[in-house]
Design a protein around this ligand. Structure first.
Ligand code: SF4
Ligand code: SF4
Length: 262
């Protein structure tokens, strides 16, 4: 009722268009209906109510918006309403995409080819999971009806260029999160010097190469000898036996046979 009131009042249909009659007696219900003040009926719709609850509500709201006495694209709603936008403070967002992974409706999305956070308002149910999960606390919920066409499509909430490894130039990660990590780990005993700290700005492969630059690899990282199996020993024994055999069979006693007269 609250949502219907917000929509009808916000679109100029007037206040108190929706009321609840609670009466067990059918005559009392009839009396209440006759007593209700007459109001101008909205333009009847000819759409079918199909699909889930949310898509049915969306079709009905779009119809009301299309024929509204005072059409507006945005109608603010009370906290806790299941429609709305989210605001992302891009200065604090590191594009970690933790919010994308928890969004139950797919309203939040990413881009496989670049660090990017997208949002489709029509799909958002304002559950707040993204806000709770965000490690940087940069998400705010903004409950509202948005009748604009743009609410149906993804919009970019934050985007950055990929960070490039300072050693090989390969793109990896996002500049803001790498620099944030550098800032947080500065002063840590494992990253005491600038060289170690700079490894955070390298891709995984370069970190390992840089670690062992000019140093012998630690024992655990040396190539290990191949494992010998019973088959290897048997193969060697067979080869040695056939070598001995051919030595014995050589003419003129080159091997272990009878020495030649000459
Ligand atoms: S809004 Fe928060 S959770 Fe989402 S990408 Fe940005 S920092 Fe990560
Ligand atoms: S509030 Fe819920 S539905 Fe909306 S973007 Fe956040 S996680 Fe997704």
């Amino acid at each position: 009722m609250g949502l219907s009131e917000a929509a009808t009042e916000g679109l100029g249909y007037g206040k108190d268009r929706v009321a609840l009659i609670e009466a067990p007696d059918p005559d009392a219900v009839e009396a209440a209906l006759w007593d209700a003040a007459p109001v101008k009926a909205p333009e009847p719709g000819n759409f079918h109510v199909m699909g889930g609850k949310r898509s049915s509500v969306t079709v009905a709201l779009q119809h009301l918006h299309k024929h509204a006495p005072a059409p507006r694209d945005i109608v603010a709603l009370a906290d806790g309403s299941p429609f709305g936008d989210i605001e992302v403070n891009a200065d604090g967002c590191t594009l970690c995409l933790a919010c994308v992974s928890v969004c139950p409706t797919g309203a939040l999305g990413d881009n496989e080819d670049a660090p990017e956070l997208t949002f489709t308002e029509n799909a958002c149910v304002q559950c707040g999971l993204c806000r709770t999960t965000c490690p940087e606390n940069v998400i705010t919920l903004a409950p509202r009806f948005n009748f604009a066409e743009a609410a149906m499509s993804p919009v970019v909430k934050n985007a950055e260029e990929p960070f490039h490894c300072v050693r090989c130039g390969e793109p990896f990660g996002v500049a803001s999160s790498i620099e944030r990590m550098v800032g947080k780990l500065r002063g840590h005993s494992m990253f005491a010097d600038e060289k170690a700290l700079n490894r955070i700005r390298m891709c995984i492969d370069c970190r390992v190469l840089d670690q062992w630059d000019g140093e012998e690899p630690a024992e655990g990282l040396l190539p290990t000898r191949p494992t010998r199996t019973t088959d290897d020993y048997l193969r060697e024994r067979e080869a040695s036996a056939s070598a001995n055999e051919s030595e014995t069979e050589k003419p003129n006693g080159a091997g272990h046979g009878k020495p030649s007269d000459s």
